[in-house]
Design a protein around this ligand. Structure first.
Ligand code: BES
Ligand code: MN
Ligand code: MN
Length: 464
């Protein structure tokens, strides 16, 4: 371990420089205008993996953005770890809320990151976390060698639903065959409270359109006599939750796997200050489903949230108009064993059924994904636990994450393997928001912990 950690010490500044170069490329998967930048990022990663000495590195074209695949085979007798990550990023808007441009990374100290953090879109989600693996593997190849066979699968469409990755996995099962998937695309509780994510929420995402009169109308001439689709939409949306913030769609909770009292007790043991949480967000009170704590609401319970709502006149000044149409984008975060397609159908049927005769409603489904739970009594969890305990000098806690990584359930369905979610970001790193950042402490800890995972995993596997 001495040589490996020394290598990391000696090269850490360069690792940061390289990550900064990668963050300069605006790999925004959602916006077709950035298609070439997305590709450039894939090619930069390909070059980076070749440089550290992987013998097989390929960029696979898809109907969408390219997938980078690489592998270093050591020995047929050793287990194979497949590392998954994504190099695409969310759009950076609203730009005016960034303190420095999203694709011109800067290092700045913060209260939570006194050693400095890299501010840029993708710094944490997921270029920074993905790059920790490439640098950890570089350090291993340069010193101790690899204790397992390693495959890398780095995609460019995670932030838009991984549409082409599913087909790629289904068509390349042999190439991707492995014993475990290792992912760093989640967060820890705090820098002094390491944790391993043991579950993710699923997602159903819909766009609704409410149409009233066949054209925009004068709100004085017609107002009061013709249904206003924005008013109707607002009423329909507010009826989707009751006074306890319980979702009212019939059947919505039918498949929810209620979490055991033991598991809830473990969540209760996670250090958490509601006051600090509220203070960080500058809110007078947190809010959510009655009967559950804030941490539970944000991890083990399903949600329904409006992500965007529009219609009518939103320009300067006042225009008196009764709009013809109103729209909203709505996400539902799902928990085991809710099925995204079934939930989308329940939503659609219910939303149609509550529409008054004065309007027509259409519901368009967007991408979704299944929830996932990862076992905590497995060899791979144990390997992650040992690795983190060694690197942080503190035993990590298991914690369910509130976000979604739809491909995780597909690894299980298509490759029949479990995933370890060993992330090093923090919830406060502002992923998807302005001023996204990733602590240098976190980047470094990740690079030091990952080799330990591979070592522990290889020896635990050997012992079985
Ligand atoms: N890395 C996140 C998911 C995440 C973040 C999980 C923090 C746990 C903690 C991922 O890139 C993401 O943003 N996923 C999307 C889903 C996708 C279908 C667009 C999400 O959760 O909104
Ligand atoms: Mn991510
Ligand atoms: Mn994301």
């Amino acid at each position: 371990m001495g040589a490996l950690n020394e290598f990391i010490d000696q090269h850490f500044d360069r690792f940061v420089e390289e990550l900064i170069e990668l963050l300069r490329i605006p790999s925004i998967s959602a916006d077709p205008a950035y298609k070439e930048d997305v590709r450039r990022t894939a090619i930069a990663i390909e070059a980076g993996i070749k440089k550290i000495g992987f013998s097989q590195v390929e960029v696979h074209e898809t109907a969408g953005h390219p997938i980078v695949f690489a592998q270093e085979h050591v020995d047929d007798k050793l287990p194979t770890v497949l590392v998954y990550g994504h190099y695409d990023v969310q759009p950076p808007d609203p730009l005016e809320l960034w303190n420095s441009p999203p694709f011109e990374p800067v290092i700045q100290k913060t209260k939570i990151h006194p050693d400095g953090a890299i501010f840029a879109r993708g710094a944490c989600d997921d270029k920074g976390q993905m790059y920790m693996h490439i640098k950890a593997l570089e350090a291993m190849l340069a010193t101790t060698g690899l204790p397992c066979n390693v495959k890398l699968l780095i995609e460019g469409e995670e932030e838009v639903g991984s549409d082409h990755l599913e087909g790629f996995i289904a068509a390349n099962k042999e190439l991707l065959a492995c014993d475990v998937v290792l992912v760093s695309d989640t967060s820890m509780i705090a820098n002094d409270v390491p944790s391993i994510t043991c579950g993710l929420r699923g997602l159903s995402y819909v766009e609704v359109e409410v149409t009233g009169p066949n054209r925009d109308l004068h709100s004085g001439v017609y107002g009061g006599a013709v249904a206003n689709p924005i008013n109707i939409l607002a009423e329909m949306i507010s009826s989707l939750r009751d006074e306890n913030n319980y979702i009212t769609i019939p059947g919505f909770y039918d498949d929810v796997d209620e979490v055991s009292e033991d598991d809830r007790a473990r969540i209760g043991e996670i250090p958490f200050s509601l006051e600090a949480y509220q203070d960080d967000l500058k809110i007078g009170a947190a809010e959510g489903e009655a009967g559950y704590s804030t941490l539970e609401r944000a991890s083990i319970r399903p949600t329904l949230d409006v992500n965007g709502i529009w219609g009518g006149y939103t320009g300067e000044g006042a225009k008196t108009v009764l709009p013809s149409k109103a729209y909203a984008k709505i996400s539902m975060r799902l928990v085991p064993h809710q099925d995204p397609d079934a939930i989308t159908k329940l939503f659609t049927d219910h939303f149609q059924s509550i529409a008054p005769e004065s309007v027509t409603v259409s519901v368009k489904p967007h991408h979704g994904g299944k929830p996932a739970v990862t076992p905590t009594d497995s060899i791979e969890y144990r390997a992650a636990e040992m690795a983190m305990e060694e690197a942080f000098e503190k035993k990590p806690l298991p914690a369910r994450g509130g976000g979604s990584i739809p491909i995780v359930s597909l690894f299980e369905d298509l490759l029949n393997v479990k995933t370890v979610l060993m992330g090093f970001g923090l919830d406060s790193d502002d992923i998807h928001s302005p001023n996204e950042h990733f602590g240098l402490f976190n980047f470094e800890k990740g690079i030091r912990t990952i080799p330990l995972f591979h070592q522990h995993y290889a020896s635990l596997k050997k012992a079985t």
